[in-house]
Design a protein around this ligand. Structure first.
Ligand SMILES: O=P(O)(O)OC[C@H]1O[C@H](OP(=O)(O)OP(=O)(O)O)[C@H](O)[C@@H]1O
Length: 212
């Protein structure tokens, strides 16, 4: 993945969790903070502008991939709502569920809630929290394309530089991150750390502690 219109976080581009406010029950398991909450919010404001500038006056069907993308989608929509010129923006929301990870091992990708959606002729924006190996987004996009949308774009907050990922680079990316185990800002490890406000690196102690 070339450096591009996203914020590139270097492999050692994390800071100590002691520099930011972190819940004490999580701090032993955080290897470092890659992106603090305020920077995430600022980046999302710009992505909201980019999305609206791209879709112009086409109504957007925003397809949120639960559960991980919940917080990113919420903040993206709030940023769109806060933009000037309310006559310009026009979107509706749909929610699907995709899941695949137990511990840090990927199982088959399960997608729920997409079968019954009619996306024919719609201008669709898939909103996802994380690309890791790329299998989830690849599968979701494949199903969406079969529904003949007029347009399909993809936004991902966190794009991991996982060499296994052969997936096409999404259209709107928040941050390019190292190939570490990423947690926080609703990105989970076995359903833990979703409420951690910053995007962080999970350490070995955390991988062991919350293994199921
Ligand atoms: O690029 P990939 O290797 O396919 O992985 C990315 C997916 O993994 C996470 O989902 P998870 O299975 O943890 O479910 P969740 O959305 O409920 O957190 C994340 O939310 C993405 O959907």
């Amino acid at each position: 993945m070339e450096k591009g219109p996203w914020i590139f976080v270097e492999d050692d581009g994390y800071v100590s969790p002691s520099l930011y406010s972190v819940p004490s029950h999580y701090s032993p398991y955080i290897g470092g903070i890659f992106v603090p909450r305020g920077m995430i919010q600022d980046r999302i404001k710009k992505i909201a502008e980019d999305v609206i500038n791209y879709f112009q006056d086409h109504p957007i069907t925003i397809l949120v991939v639960l559960r991980g993308a919940f917080r990113y989608a919420k903040d993206l929509i709030e940023a769109i709502d806060a933009m000037p010129n309310p006559n310009f923006r026009h979107y509706n929301l749909e929610f699907i569920r995709a899941r695949s990870y137990v511990n840090n091992v990927q199982q088959d990708v399960l997608v729920e809630g997409l079968d019954q959606l009619d996306l024919t002729g719609k201008h669709v924006l898939i909103v996802e929290d994380l690309v890791d190996r790329g299998k989830t987004l690849s599968r979701v996009a494949e199903i969406v394309r079969e529904k003949n949308p007029a347009d399909l774009k993809i936004s991902v907050l966190a794009y991991k530089r996982n060499p296994i990922n052969q997936w096409v680079v999404p259209d709107f990316i928040g941050f390019s991150l190292p190939n570490d185990w990423i947690i926080g800002y609703h990105i989970d490890y076995n359903n833990h750390f979703r409420d951690l406000p910053h995007i962080c690196k999970l350490n070995e102690a955390g991988i062991e502690k919350f293994r199921v």
